[in-house]
Structure formats: C-alpha cells, structure tokens
Design a protein around this ligand. Structure first.
Ligand code: ADP
Length: 254
C-alpha cells in the first residue's frame, strides 16, 4: 500500500489511539498537528473517529467539504492544516452517526483513497477509540508509519497500552510513544502540581515495553475552552513539544 497516488503525496502517517473515548485523543491529535504545522511542515488530519468526530469543531471549521469528479477536497483550517471528517460531509453535523462497522470502515477507506490530500508531510489520523474490529480495519486500510497511545492516569493503563502495543506489533507498526493526558492539575495560586487521579503508573509499563512517555498534558481549563470555541489553533500551550520533536526527528520526511 503506497502513501502516494494521483490525489496525494503523503510522506508520513501517524495514528493516535486510545483505550476508550473521552481521554483526549482528539485533543492530542489536534495539538500535535498544530505544533507540527508551527514548525513549518505541511500537515493534515484524517478524522477516522467516525462515530465520535470532533476535529472540525475543535478548529471551528463547519463548511461542507466539496466533491468533484476527481474526489473529495479536504477543508483547510486557519493555519492551513487540511482536515477531513465525516462531520464535513453530513448535512447536520449534530446528527448522530450510528453506523455499523463495515460502513464505518468504508468511509475511512474513502477518506484515504478518494480525498485529494495533495502534498502532506505529516498526516495525523484520529483513530476510533478502543481496539475493536473497526480499529483493526483502519490499521489494514491506511499504511501507518507509527502510532501514539493516549492514556489517562485513571485508565487501566497496563491493559490498554499492552493491547495497543500488541495490535500495532501484529500490523508491524511501531509505537512511537505514549502521551499521558490529564496527568495533573497545576494550582493556579502556588503552581504546585496535583496528581488528581493518584500516582501515574505509565512509566512502569513504558519501561517494560521499551517505549517512551514523550508527552504529559495537565487538565487545563483553557484547553477545554479553546476546544469548545473551535480555537485550538490559537493556543500557545506546548505540552506536546517534546512529542513533536520526537516525531520529526524519528520520522524524517526526506
Ligand atoms: P477523545 O477524542 O478521546 O474522545 P477528546 O479529545 O474529544 O477525547 O476530549 C474529550 C473532552 O475532554 C473535550 O471536551 C476536551 O476539550 C476535554 N479535554 C481533553 N483533554 C483535556 C485536558 N488536558 N484539559 C482539559 N480538557 C480536556
């Protein structure tokens, strides 16, 4: 399976996975894309979380995507990140998508095959949550160069990371690293870091599997508000700077 055809020339493809929904996978995907774009790379986001799409909303993009004989055109964010999501194709973006696996998979295939992505250095895939069949089909449909696992301290971290790791290994995709979201809260008065969900266990499992924890994001009300307002691109938070450095260093585009 090639990254390139007449519609696209994509250099690297990175999937963002999680054990379940609501852990901040989409926010991590968006933040990685924004920071990579800030470094001057050409960036895209393919929202493969078909039943819980949130990428367009985080960027405040609500235009309908245009289609032509040649294919579907991605929408562009303010900073020129190309995005494709089921929400850009539905007449009503609030309509629930209650499709079964095969239909979901066929949409993901279309997003990969029929979207006119053009030139992209790094394409980030917001994967469906969990390790279900749907996730497996995405692995089989899109040639990923690496995955990033998003966890939170209250997750069953060992199980989730190991499952994601095993799935990726089976598909011969490297796990680039783990991002721990909602790691802590910073006291607005004294700046003390409070680990609300108790001590994190992520380092142990990362060490066992020989992967890196290359990002930690606190619970940050400003982040949540920016997502709600569709202003994720305006943020100056760089919690994931280290993760982005790792990506561009290890997945070189030339
Ligand atoms: P997922 O993609 O895993 O379902 P989302 O990225 O959509 O999760 O995040 C779920 C909700 O939690 C969103 O409203 C998002 O703004 C919020 N959220 C995620 N991470 C954080 C964080 N670190 N601080 C504050 N809010 C967050």
């Amino acid at each position: 399976m090639s990254h390139n055809n007449e519609k696209r020339a994509i250099k690297k493809v990175i999937g963002i996975v999680s054990g379940k929904g609501g852990v901040g996978k989409s926010l991590v995907t968006s933040s990685l894309a924004v920071l990579t774009r800030k470094k001057g790379y050409k960036v895209g986001i393919l929202d493969a979380d078909i039943t819980g799409p949130s990428i367009p909303k985080m960027f405040g993009v609500s235009n309908r995507a245009l289609a032509s004989e040649e294919g579907i055109l991605p929408e562009k964010t303010q900073n020129d990140i190309k995005i494709m999501s089921i929400n850009l194709l539905l007449d009503d973006e609030n309509a629930p998508v209650i499709w079964r696996g095969p239909l979901v998979s066929s949409v993901v295939k279309q997003f990969w095959n029929d979207v006119i992505w053009g030139d992209i250095d790094y394409l980030f895939i917001d994967m469906p949550p969990g390790t279900s069949d749907v996730v497996l089909t995405v692995f089989q449909t899109i040639p990923l160069d690496g995955i990033i696992v998003v966890t939170t301290p209250q997750d069953l971290v060992h199980m989730i990371v190991r499952k994601a790791y095993n799935m990726a290994k089976k598909m011969r995709v490297p796990v680039l690293g783990i991002v721990e979201n909602m790691s802590y809260v910073k006291c607005p008065h004294c700046s003390e870091k409070i680990e609300v969900f108790g001590k994190s266990h992520i380092e142990d499992i990362a060490k066992t599997l020989d992967i890196e924890v290359f990002g930690r994001m606190p619970i940050d009300p400003v982040l949540a508000e920016a997502c709600d307002k569709g202003e994720v691109e305006k943020l100056d938070r760089d919690y994931l700077a280290q993760a982005v450095d790792y990506i561009v260093r290890n997945l070189k585009i030339d």
